[in-house]
Ligand binder design. Structure first.
Ligand code: FDA
Length: 396
């Protein structure tokens, strides 16, 4: 226990990025040690995509990522593309399918992706040591000394692949950010991304009875726009459209939801008024929406319960405008407890975009979610983990 084990590279974090880096580094002939405090490797992979892991996206490109420096991700993404990872998946005979919008999922189980990565580690001799707490990391005489609950490790190169803060119950900790700061790096402000919204009490109560109801919408703010599903929950709003816009949202802001994408609500309402004047406004809304949504939404907006003939043009304009540009001002988000990702992180200005190496500290690398690069929903975050891991492994 007291003797020091020597390696060429120590990787902290056996998640998507750490596992993918470990086997590729070992394949180059390096002696690799991958450590993690969890009992299981790749816990987020296992839970991802509803247990089927949305492992990449056919259309992944730098435009699908948020970062203080939007150019940073370009080099790694172009040198290890979705097609490279698909080739690996196919080499392992893992069946997959495109669900929607280029999102690739395993046909059976996300376990296949973790097994694939562990098999590659085993094949090339990368050691994976779980249930290992990191007690301290120091740097002396061009060597990193990692003191763990299982003894001391030493290597001239250290890869930090500890991920972000989302889902602490799956083992997320701030260790990656702490190590970055220890070696002089700046951490750009972190916050929960791809996360459901919570609503203010009155709205929450009104809409909670719609819990489980999903509508196809376009969610927009001044920075981004997403055409996907929105889901009412007991706490507020979720579903892909909400998760996506959450990454572009700041506390206190309002964003807008088009509940009738591709339609012209005002023209259609005016036509209905002309042809079916005795139809009530609430009934008219039910041509587009489930009854319980139509009634709740009309109540919330304070629209009168009257026939279309008695609805003024101003009222119809207001109805159409609320339906196509519904302003939503959330109370907040569900936070790291349910967030899929953490925005912000290790400032890319202090990293090489070619190798993920620190510009401040020799032999130190940061890969995956700990870096200030965050993808959209849809397989983009794993693609960043694979690509940044590859860029790093190539340069070790
Ligand atoms: P990851 O979080 O995968 O790994 C970090 C590792 O470091 C963990 O194994 C952890 O135990 C370890 N660690 C942390 N602190 C430590 C400490 N103090 N000591 C030792 N080890 C420590 N993305 C996508 O593209 N498609 C998808 O389908 C999904 N789905 C999804 C669902 C859910 C519920 C979540 C929470 C997230 C997703 N994601 C996703 C996002 C994706 O999971 C995420 O971006 C990647 O896992 C990031 O990979 P990393 O390897 O950087 O971190």
């Amino acid at each position: 226990m007291s003797s020091v084990q020597h390696y060429d590279v120590i990787i902290i974090g056996a998640g998507a990025a750490g596992l993918h880096c470990a086997w590729q580094a070992a394949a180059k002939g390096l002696k690799v040690m991958l450590v993690d405090h969890a009992k299981q490797a790749g816990k987020k992979i296992l839970i991802s995509g509803g247990g089927r892991c949305n492992f990449t996206n056919l259309y992944a490109s730098p435009e699908n990522y948020l970062s203080n420096n939007p150019h940073f991700c370009k080099s790694a993404l172009s040198r290890y593309t979705q097609w490279d990872f698909i080739a690996l998946v196919e080499k392992h005979g893992i069946a997959y399918h495109e669900k929607t919008l280029g999102q690739l999922f395993c046909d059976d189980s996300a376990k296949a992706i973790v097994h694939m990565l562990l098999d590659e580690c085993a094949q090339y001799g990368a050691k994976v040591q779980l249930r290992t707490d990191i007690e301290s990391v120091t740097y002396e005489a061009e060597q990193y000394r990692v003191q763990t609950s299982q003894g001391s490790l030493q290597a001239p190169q250290l890869v930090v692949a500890c991920g972000g803060l989302s889902m602490p119950k799956l083992g997320a900790t701030p260790l990656g950010y702490q190590l970055a700061e220890q070696f002089g790096h700046t951490i750009l402000p972190v916050r929960a991304g791809l996360v459901p919204f919570t609503l203010h009490e009155q709205q929450k109560q009104a809409y909670s009875e719609l819990s489980g109801l999903s509508l196809d919408v376009v969610a927009t703010n001044e920075r981004a726009s997403f055409k996907e599903a929105m889901l009412f929950t007991h706490r507020g709003l979720s579903g892909p459209a909400m998760l996506q816009i959450s990454s572009y949202w700041q506390p206190g802001e309002t964003f807008y939801v088009d509940l009738l994408p591709g339609r012209d609500a005002l023209t259609e309402l005016q036509r209905l008024k002309q042809h079916h004047p005795r139809q009530s406004l609430r009934t008219a809304l039910q041509q587009w929406f489930p009854k319980r949504f139509a009634l709740t939404f009309a109540d919330q907006q304070g629209w009168p319960d009257r026939n279309l003939a008695d609805c003024s043009n101003a009222l119809l304009e207001n109805v159409a405008s609320q339906l196509q540009n519904w302003p939503v001002k959330p109370n907040g988000t569900e936070g790291y407890r349910t967030a899929e990702v953490t925005l912000g992180g290790v400032d890319t200005d202090q990293l090489s975009s070619k190798t993920m190496a620190s510009k401040l500290q020799p032999g130190l690398f940061f890969i995956g979610e700990v870096v200030d690069v965050t993808g959209w929903l849809g397989g983009y975050n794993f693609q960043w983990a694979w690509a940044s891991a590859h860029a790093c492994a190539e340069s070790l």
